[in-house]
Design a protein around this ligand. Structure first.
Ligand code: NAD
Length: 250
């Protein structure tokens, strides 16, 4: 069974279209329609458990569900983008078999904001009851949405590196994908609130935003047999935006 979580809009909907003719497909989203898309809020363990119960053996899992800085406060952004995502991956572990492959959507933001010392080890324990206190103790304003977005996505990159070994023992692969600026509802919302994004697009090698299908194609490739030697890493799909902004260390 292939599964897309975040399938109601944007890149998740594009992935769902591409996977439609590749076997049984389960679509889930917080904004489920009750018909084609199952209602599942990934911050609710019981919703995730219900989705996992419908899956005997996992084929592809693509999780695009996420919140951006204009959508919520800092704590909610961590709660969806990192805390809930880890729980989703753990919940699917019993369904893994040789050939299973998951792609978790991160962001180029994770490549642009270096982590202050000590923060990485806190991001590696998202299920700790002390998660937010430990972030605050490391000097992070946990309520700031922009920091929460960049650090939660940095946590996603670290999450796939941490769990890839366990997935590997089952013959399964686990990756993250970091989009640049993509023409979706979320991308348009952030661009309207953050004028810098237009400059980032103009300064990138490709010089335009991506269509969601251009990113979905990479996600689907990563879940396919053609990517059989890829796991435990991030794939940046940003039109060269990070390359234009972050000079290599001399
Ligand atoms: N659009 C961009 O420019 C861009 C850039 C970098 C990273 N991303 C990341 O890519 C992913 C997809 O973004 P998009 O542009 O397609 O956004 P989108 O808002 O169009 O789609 C995200 C989907 O996730 C769902 N969702 C949100 N919270 C959820 C929850 N708690 N449980 C289940 N579903 C939930 C939403 O209902 C929505 O359908 C996100 O994780 C986002 O952070 C997007």
């Amino acid at each position: 069974m292939n599964v897309v979580i975040g399938a109601s809009s944007g890149m998740g909907a594009a992935v769902a279209r591409l996977l439609a003719d590749r076997g049984p497909l389960l679509l889930a989203d917080r904004d489920g329609d009750g018909a084609d898309i199952v209602a599942c809020d990934i911050t609710r363990p019981e919703d995730v458990a219900a989705v996992v119960r419908s899956v005997d053996e996992l084929g592809a899992l693509v999780v695009t569900a996420g919140l951006s800085p204009s959508m919520a406060g800092g704590r909610d952004i961590y709660a969806v983008n990192l805390v809930a995502l880890e729980r989703v991956l753990r919940a699917f572990e019993p369904t893994l078999r040789p050939g299973s492959a998951a792609v978790c959507f991160a962001s180029m933001a994770a490549h642009l904001m270096p982590l202050p010392p000590g923060v990485g080890s806190v991001l590696d324990e998202p299920s700790s009851p002390a998660f937010f206190d430990d972030l605050a103790a490391a000097g992070i304003d946990v309520d700031d949405p922009s920091t929460a977005y960049a650090y939660s996505k940095a946590g996603v990159l670290r999450l796939v590196r941490r769990l890839a070994g366990t997935w590997g023992t089952k013959g399964a692969r686990l990756l993250s994908l970091s989009p640049g600026i993509i023409d979706t509802g979320m991308g348009r919302l952030e661009a309207s609130n953050e004028p810098m994004m237009e400059a980032m697009v103009r300064g990138s090698a490709i010089g335009r935003q991506a269509d969601p299908d251009e990113v979905a194609a990479v996600a689907v490739f990563l879940t396919s047999e053609q990517a059989s030697f890829m796991t435990g890493t991030d794939v940046l799909v940003d039109g060269g935006a990070v390359a234009a902004m972050v000079p290599p260390t001399p």
